[in-house]
Write a protein that binds this ligand. Sequence first.
Ligand SMILES: Cc1ncc(COP(=O)(O)O)c(C=O)c1O
Length: 402
Amino acid sequence: MGWMGDMTESETLPDFDTVVDRRGTGSLKWDRYEGREVLPMWVADMDFAVCPAITQALLARVAHPVFGYTRAYPGPGEAVTAYLKRMHGVEADPSWIVWMPGMVPGLAMAAAAVGGPGDEVMTFTPVYPPFLSAHADSGHALVTVPLTESGGRITFDFAAMEAALTPRTKLVLLCSPHNPVGRVWTRQELEALAVFCGKHGLALCSDEIHCDLLLEPERSPFTTALALEGKVREQLVVMMAASKTYNVPGLGLSFAIIPDAGMRRRFQAAKNCFVAETSPLGFAATEAAYREGEAWREALCVYLRGNRDLIVAHLAEHAPEVKMPHMEATYLAWFDVRALGLQNPVAHFEQYGLGLSNGADFGAPGFVRLNFGCPRRVLQEGLRRFQAGVEAARLLFALPHR
Ligand SMILES: Cc1ncc(COP(=O)(O)O)c(C=O)c1O
């Protein structure tokens, strides 16, 4: 892959331009296309080296040669509650935290904690694919309500939600900020959702894994569901992790914050059926990220915003028939490529050397998702390949060029 250029050791300063070669590390993202000239821009991890504080914390933990089952010792919980106060302005008690080896099982645990077989889980499409399958493990049924557009912005469709409700609907699964549409829900939108849940006695599980990947925090600040008041708090599960923001998803540690003791007990009981112990390395990395990673995170978000702006400019100039909602958060760009008339967009772009996520898996055929959590020159190469695919589609279907 000549476009990688000269690779250097990962730097100790935030240097998001350095290309780190991940091939041969068992990377899910890179190994999918092993031996093929396809640039992987699909699954949601970033190609950046972690911040030095995380490396140091891991080295310190590895220096102790025993890696037995690990319980939540005080450090990580205190780091999380201090972070919640500092970053999100909410008070939480460390005893509210339930540690988990991943957030995806947490979605299923939230469903299992409310109701039983035949009861319903509601979520809003398009959405991160596990939201569409998490209900199945506990025998729940799924109710999907499409997000809608209002004033040029994607938002909740409360009329459709009311219409889709049945007496068996027990839980709302919310992705906040939203993967894949990149929305940071406003406080007003979340308060309206809290009223909806409270009015109908619904539990709310808010997956906030992307909450610190804000591309324009002044204009679109994040509100955690932990800030919501009223009846919704009685059945509230908020899930977070350092994993996306600090690029340590392979270390397998996420956490749920559950203010209500009864809800926490039910979630914990479900957890005991679903998942194994959490990893000592995950705890070490999470504590270091929240205690020492803030300067790195801020620099990361500035860099990601530059990547997003590059994509916006590229589409405007070269591929205006491809539409992308305004991305307020995440490093995942959501492209509407329906105008290209492709039967199978992912297979098409793979032919032009680009590996994307399939919108159909998110409940939106005709869309693809591009991961821009990578050095800028890798993104530039990805956009070059994307453009080659767009131009080929134009020729194939004799579409107008603009
Ligand atoms: C919204 C959302 N939730 C959860 C996850 C995965 O979480 P975990 O790796 O902790 O299971 C992702 C990964 O892309 C995600 O986008």
